[in-house]
Design a protein around this ligand. Sequence first.
Ligand code: 13P
Ligand code: SF4
Length: 394
Amino acid sequence: MADSTIPIAAAPKGKPFKPAEANAKHPLAPYKTMTDDELRTRIEAVRGELGEELLILGHHYQQDEVIAHTDLRGDSYQLSEMAAKSQKCRTIVFCGVHFMAETADILANRPDRVAARNGRRVDVLLPDMAAGCSMADMAGIAQVEAAWQDMGEIIDTEQVIPVTYINSAASLKAFCGRHGGIVCTSSNARAVLQWAFERGQRVFFFPDQHLGRNTALTMDITEDQMPVWDPYALEMGGNTDEAIENSRVILWKGHCSVHQMFRAEHVARFRAEHPGIQILVHPECPREVNDIADISGSTGKIISTVQAAPAGTKWAIGTELHLVNRLKAEHPEQEIHFLSPVVCMCATMYRIDLPHLAWTLENLRDGELVNTIRVDDETTKWSLIALERMLAVK
Ligand code: 13P
Ligand code: SF4
């Protein structure tokens, strides 16, 4: 059984990352030479054979050719609920990124669920281990622990509630579980921050500064109450002691490399060229964009907003390209534009493709688990606490 939980960091220092299958002898190599039709036929054959034992989940940012083979698709929150509720399946194949598969492993294998299955775990497979998230990689557990210790020199960390965006390694979720904190997604960040402020004076929010800032700004928290913690700064995350003492939300210096590409000038251009257009963005976009958009929300909210709009509505949408293109194709009755003039796609999500999916599924059918995501028991225990707090927040 091939097993690893740390995909991208596997390259030796100084050498560029090269996926294992770049080697012609890698078992994936034959799948790379198959036609899409053959791959589709093979994938559907395994789905037919395994039936309800197999659950294929897909995030909205996946390419269409992969989405076509998923049982369920959703935003990060919906996917974690799907994993939490999964009953009949023996294996989840996760067409998303690494942190999502970790979350699925934790939630699908809660102790009560495993007991109800007479001790049987659900295996979670990620078709390509290199499908990580650059934002999640911007906050390491050692850095977060060091920051917690540093800020503890001037503020009482008993009164700080750590909140991690679900786009983070399980170790960060476990940190939140241990320290009275919680997980959030882009669809519940405001309710989660409210939960946190009912329990503490301040919030330490990681790894996405934009989601943290954009959400807190809707709660009468001002930018000057939100210092940004730079893990590479020499002292106090690059802040004065006074800034940390006066803080209400301490934001980690992390961002999504896809959403940071959207700019206020793109919004201005669309408004000038398409009168009446509505700007719909994801809250991972920088403040300058989020502030002037008409609507901001998770991928799930972006989809439901477009679905509910009358024919003829004009949109410029600021989120990952594959989702915007799918919305365009599904809603020809509306006028949908991509907000940026340059391509903003999630290159790591895109790593999940038909060859990887077919390879993973055929191995599974033959009794071989490839690319298993398995979070260790201690990390699972504490992450689960933070995730269950999130699932309980309404
Ligand atoms: P949501 O699906 O929760 O909106 O998140 C977007 C995202 O960046 C996933 O990585
Ligand atoms: Fe990570 Fe951004 Fe890709 Fe989402 S879109 S998985 S936050 S890099």
